[in-house]
Structures are given as C-alpha cells and as structure tokens.
Ligand binder design. Sequence first.
Ligand SMILES: Nc1ncnc2c1ncn2[C@@H]1O[C@H](COP(=O)(O)OP(=O)(O)OP(=O)(O)O)[C@@H](O)[C@H]1O
Ligand SMILES: O=C(O)c1ccc[n+]([C@@H]2O[C@H](COP(=O)([O-])O)[C@@H](O)[C@H]2O)c1
Length: 222
Amino acid sequence: MTAPLTLFGGTFDPVHLGHLQVVTEAARQADLDKVYLLPCHIPPHKAGPHASPAHRLAMLQRVCQEWPLFEVDDRELRQHRPSYTVETLRQCREQDSHRPIIFILGMDSLKNLNTWFQWQELMSLCHLLVCRRGNCEEDFNLDIQALLARHQTQDPEHLKRQPCGHILLADTSIISQSSSQVRQALMQGNTPSLLPACVLAYIQQHQLYQGCKKTPASGRPC
Ligand SMILES: Nc1ncnc2c1ncn2[C@@H]1O[C@H](COP(=O)(O)OP(=O)(O)OP(=O)(O)O)[C@@H](O)[C@H]1O
Ligand SMILES: O=C(O)c1ccc[n+]([C@@H]2O[C@H](COP(=O)([O-])O)[C@@H](O)[C@H]2O)c1
C-alpha cells in the first residue's frame, strides 16, 4: 500500500506550537513521516481569518523550513470559497482511489464534526487522527458516539493498511494554546507564548494582529 497522504487542516491564524507539538506526537504514534499543513481559505464555521491567505501561508512555509515533518498543501487557499473538507478530500480521492488518506484534527473539531458539510461522507474518504485538546472533555454527542462506535480503532496500522474508515484517538499531550490567545496577546502588546520564533519574527515584521477584536478561545463551543 502506498504511504498515506496525511493532511492537517486549519485556519492557522496564526500557526502555533499547540498545532505543531500535538501533530508531531500523533504522527509519531501512527508512524507517519510527512504531514501536509492544509490552510483553509474561508473557514466554514468561524469568523475571520484576521491575516490574509498570503500571510498565513508565509508563516506555515517558515515553519516547514524548520520542521522536516511538515509541508504545506495550499490547494484550499487557491479556491476562493469556504473550505469544505469533504470537497477537498474528494479532490484528493480522485487522484488516487486506493491511497490511505488521514485527516488530522483536534478533539474540539471531532466533537463538532456532525455540523460539518456532508459530514457523513467523511469516513468513506479518509481516516481521522484526533489529537487531545485542553479544556475539551470527551463528552461526545450521540452522532459522534455512533461514529466512534462504528469507526474507532486502537491500532495505528489500520490507518496505513486501508484507504479510509478508521478513527484513532491519539494519546497526545495537552497543549493549552490557541490562535485566539496568540492574537489577543499580540493585540495587548504582549509576547505570546508557544509560538515558533520564526512565526513571531514574521508577525512582528509585518505588524500582524495588532488591531484584532477579542474572540473566545478556540472560537467555538467545545
Ligand atoms: N492546542 C491545540 N491542541 C490540539 N489541537 C489543536 C490545538 N490548537 C488547534 N488545534 C486543532 O488544530 C486544528 C486547526 O485549528 P485552528 O487553526 O483553528 O487553531 P485554533 O487555535 O483552534 O484557532 P482559534 O483560536 O482561532 O479558533 C483544529 O482541528 C484544532 O482542533
Ligand atoms: O467541512 C466543513 O464543514 C468544516 C467545518 C469546520 C472546519 N472544517 C475544517 O476543519 C479544519 C479546522 O478548522 P478550524 O475552523 O478549526 O480552523 C479546517 O481544515 C477546516 O476547513 C471543515
């Protein structure tokens, strides 16, 4: 079986060490040696983004220069419409119907998965590799409980042996950081914690996020 195509979707406004650390750990647990950071153009479920697509992409590219695990997949940025994951995955699937596709997401995203566009199609297109997230109880609603009952596996090998259909809850660290907290710190003139130095330097160089309005941590209910 070909090596999986592993995508980590996000708004990355901006990318922070919470993203990078938990995904590095999840990738290690699933024995993955490449993860594509997939910045969305227009996030379907939240306001913003605050920084332009070009700036968010540039920050991710700087991260990739320092973290060999990561590359950027900018396909969603090139499409000027809301970035529905199911549509992106269909595009990927058209290129190779047998290759395993793994979509990485945080626990807060998993808990809201039943609100995603055509969410019931997702498991026929990809596997889900889920990272733990601070302040996020594992109290799943009935749709997600049913999804897990049907698709959850404890065996990372399943994600590499089949093209789609499994959910692995990875045993990752809890890193309490969000892009909202980073933006808030910058707006208040503070230096955010848990931000890669290359990203902080880019933000300072381009004076990003100085006039951001306060948004709740992680931007949605968890
Ligand atoms: N600290 C973290 N730990 C685990 N997963 C995270 C963390 N931060 C973000 N994620 C996950 O990364 C993906 C992309 O997140 P996103 O780019 O929206 O960052 P965010 O920090 O949640 O942003 P915001 O605070 O603006 O809502 C989501 O699936 C989210 O659950
Ligand atoms: O497809 C959807 O309806 C959908 C709804 C919410 C989020 N997503 C995807 O989930 C990823 C994380 O989104 P966010 O809002 O947490 O940055 C990103 O790739 C989004 O495109 C997708």
